[in-house]
Design a protein. Structure first.
Length: 256
């Protein structure tokens, strides 16, 4: 069972490995049907595999075995929402998890992210404020809150959050993409490009950074640089957004 848990924790999400993890967790459950950790691990594996129904079943078993285990409610909430599209059940489980552990930052982060996805931005920010209150160096919470501020056109607050996230974890490529996106929305294109360049430096396979970079270079009429980025993406086998390519072709009068 421990081997299976390590496979999940290492984020090795290849299908064959996940299937092996499910088999290992199942064997652990056969040995001890009260092993809630094994049910939880199998639930995570099923969720990653895209089987939200089985994941929910496993998390429900965890809750029956250990009703005060808050993580199971949060995991089941994610399966209900992202897997089944059930907002009401997801919200109920997130609330239950926070009721059990009212001072646990990650539960506020996960519920805040959920509220952000469904468009309840005020509640999302409230939850993310709580997450940061309990864990001031929570880079992900700053990043998610920054993204929501960006959606609300509160760019100064958004950038302040991204700055903090990057200060905490300067090696996270996606933080630069999100900050670059806000710079782009705020028409600060040079800073946006700088951030996207840093994102690609940290993660040369960051497709989002490349696509946004192509879009900004096209806006700046830097067609040679834009085509260079497109060609680099194609050499790497990356997906170039068709609308970006069509626009670049139209304004540059070129095909590559």
């Amino acid at each position: 069972m421990e081997k299976a848990r390590r496979l999940i924790e290492d984020n090795t999400y290849y299908i064959e490995i996940i299937d092996k993890a499910i088999i290992s967790f199942t064997k652990a459950i056969e040995i001890d049907k009260k092993n809630y950790i094994a049910y939880e691990g199998r639930g995570v594996a099923h969720y990653i595999r895209g089987n939200s129904t089985q994941a929910i079943s496993d998390y429900t078993k965890v809750i029956k075995l250990k009703p005060d285990y808050s993580h199971a409610y949060v995991n089941r909430a994610s399966a209900y929402f992202y897997g089944e599209g059930d907002i009401d059940k997801a919200e109920k489980d997130f609330n239950k998890a926070i009721k059990i552990k009212p001072n646990f930052a990650i539960h506020y982060l996960r519920r805040g992210d959920f509220y952000g996805v469904i468009g309840n931005n005020n509640q999302a920010i409230s939850d993310l404020n709580k997450a940061i209150e309990f864990k001031p160096d929570y880079a992900d919470a700053h990043c998610i809150r920054g993204s929501i501020y960006g959606l609300l056109h509160k760019y100064d607050k958004a950038i302040a959050d991204f700055n903090k996230a990057i200060e905490i974890n300067p090696g996270h490529s996606e933080f630069y993409v999100t900050r670059g996106t806000v710079y782009y929305k705020n028409k600060d294109l040079d800073r946006a490009l700088s951030d996207l360049g840093k994102a690609i430096e940290l993660n040369p396979n960051n497709i989002n950074a490349y696509n946004l970079k192509v879009g900004i270079l096209t806006l700046q009429s830097k067609y040679d640089e834009a085509w260079k980025a497109v060609n680099e993406m194609e050499r790497k086998g990356f997906y170039v957004m068709p609308n970006l390519r069509r626009k670049l072709q139209k304004v540059s009068g070129r095909w590559n």
